[in-house]
Write a protein that binds this ligand. Structure first.
Ligand code: SIN
Length: 302
């Protein structure tokens, strides 16, 4: 049996599969279920300063090759979220607090609260493809991003991860800005901006019109981003985007990821996806003579 443990900054994970932000992670009960199904860490729903209802329905569409969603960052707000974090305080599985904001001051306030609540790390969501003021508006500005990351780093002791969007001109430059701000890891990628039009009504189906596309179809985009980023930064990269099987995860490791996050595949394969993917990684590594995840990281560069 191969050793599936992996290290991201100061976080030691028992296996390389984390729950991605945005699915089964809005309350302690659903997060606990994902822990019980084998996720090595949980990234929470993205939380902001104030409660937010999110967009009207329809917010999620199942398309031929993936999911298109525009939830609109619905969340109870950081103060209310304390209750969910409290219920998981004794958990041995790291809980990573995903936060979104429009400026450094808000990011610092949110990260400090997540730290107080016992989060093992924070993930700065600067990549939501459709929320006005938040997300991509922050994550495509390298200078602003560096300021935000360094402000958060000066305030909290827990590791700071930064989740990037593929919908930027140069994702390497954005990743390097996060690294210059002292980020502990890069998470790549968030969903890809997309749209679905109903031919009969001649209207976009999502209430928000545009959304973020996830699932198998975006895996080549994620793998390319990880491949480009990992060769140009000296901090770990966590791959996300279309990981459904162990072989998908192996591809991300070869591209340079030290761990992967799984989101849409929880919908496609059920919550046991973490166990299945770990088993498949193990079988592949045994068959190909690899003993540790780190032996696979970045082998595609040669
Ligand atoms: C949403 O809440 O609409 C998605 C959040 C994200 O893509 O970061």
């Amino acid at each position: 049996m191969a050793d599936l443990s992996t290290i991201i900054g100061s976080l030691r994970l028992k296996n390389p599969t984390l729950l991605a932000s945005g699915i089964m992670d809005e309350d302690a009960g659903s997060m606990q279920r994902m822990i019980d199904c084998g996720a090595s860490a949980i990234v929470t729903k993205s939380i902001g300063m104030q409660p937010r209802e999110g967009y009207a329905n329809p917010t999620v569409l199942e398309l031929e090759y993936g999911l298109l969603n525009a939830m609109g960052l619905p969340n109870p707000g950081i103060d209310q979220f304390a209750q969910e974090m409290k219920k998981l305080q004794k958990s041995k599985t790291p809980i990573i607090g995903s936060i979104y904001a429009a400026d450094a001051e808000e990011f610092v306030a949110l990260a400090s609260k997540m730290e107080q609540y016992g989060a093992a790390a924070v993930e700065l969501n600067v990549s939501c493809p459709h929320a006005k003021r938040y997300g991509l508006e922050v994550g495509c500005d390298a200078t602003l991003l560096q300021t935000i990351v360094s402000s958060v780093k000066q305030q909290v002791k827990i590791p700071v991860f930064v989740k990037l969007s593929p919908s930027v001109v140069n994702i390497v430059e954005i990743a390097q800005a996060a690294e210059k701000g002292n980020a502990d890891a890069i998470v790549a990628i968030n969903t890809v901006k997309g749209m679905k039009i109903d031919l009969e009504t001649a209207h976009p189906i999502l209430a928000n019109r545009t959304g973020g596309y996830s699932g198998k179809a975006i895996k080549p985009i994620g793998v390319r981003c990880v491949y480009d980023i990992a060769q140009n930064v000296n901090i770990p990269v966590i791959g996300v985007g279309g990981i459904t099987t162990g072989e998908d995860a192996i591809e991300y490791f070869m591209a340079g990821a030290s761990a992967v996050q799984i989101g849409s595949a929880v919908y496609y394969r059920g919550p046991d996806v973490f166990r299945h993917v770990c088993k498949e990684i193990n079988v592949w590594m045994d068959t190909h003579g690899y003993k540790k995840i780190c032996e696979l990281v970045g082998v595609a560069y040669q």
